[in-house]
Write a protein that binds this ligand. Sequence first.
Ligand code: GLP
Length: 243
Amino acid sequence: MKVLVVKDMQEGAKKGADVIEKIVRENPECTLGLATGSSPVAMYQELSRRCKEEGLDFSRVHSVNLDEYVGLPGTHEQSYRYFMDSNLFDHINIDKKNTYVAKGTGDVAANLKEFNEVLDKADIAVQVLGVGPDGHLGFNEPGDTLYECAHEETLEDSTIEANKRFFASKEEVPTRALTMGMGNIMKARKLLMIIGGNKEEAAKRLLLSDKIDPHCPATFMRMHRDAVVIIEKALADRIGYQG
Ligand code: GLP
């Protein structure tokens, strides 16, 4: 696993965008695995800038997203479809027909079946990842068992707590979500994690230990043959990561 310590999230955004730009330029028809959350936002802004100012072309790129809340329609401001449109897709020349975010409303079983069919066909060139404070990837919550394929998860209280900042109240945060499974994530050709802020516990278990622990799904990153972690220096210093 390659770890890049960056002075701040702006530098991290540029390094992350460099990884994605290289892949898109080498294969303009690639499939990107994308993530929501605050961590990749600056990188999405940088990619939008490169599209507008430097001709980075997304017109033939496909994408598939990690996860979606159950119960929120794509028009809801906190749905991950809405997040992707407003933070990235509306600012680059991607064809929205080629972007896939699992459906949050309607028949959950049918939505999962469709999500798994999309994933079965996708050859994800790079999967962007953030990490939850409890070490979750996508919405793969810590536990004795992790799942291979896309499935429904009941969210941990700590996840609901962490995500309530985006909602008017904690009660409005959905309690269930559809997420890629760990197998789907690990099958991506490359993993790109951006980690900053107050993720000390997850960062410690990812960077300071050699345990692969289902109670911290992020540690599975270490089993991937081409994983890159971009970490803010302040966080790396706080956990005593020496490189
Ligand atoms: C949510 C998403 C995760 C994301 C996490 C961290 O729980 N399902 O995919 O990694 O938030 O978000 P942030 O980057 O805002 O800390």
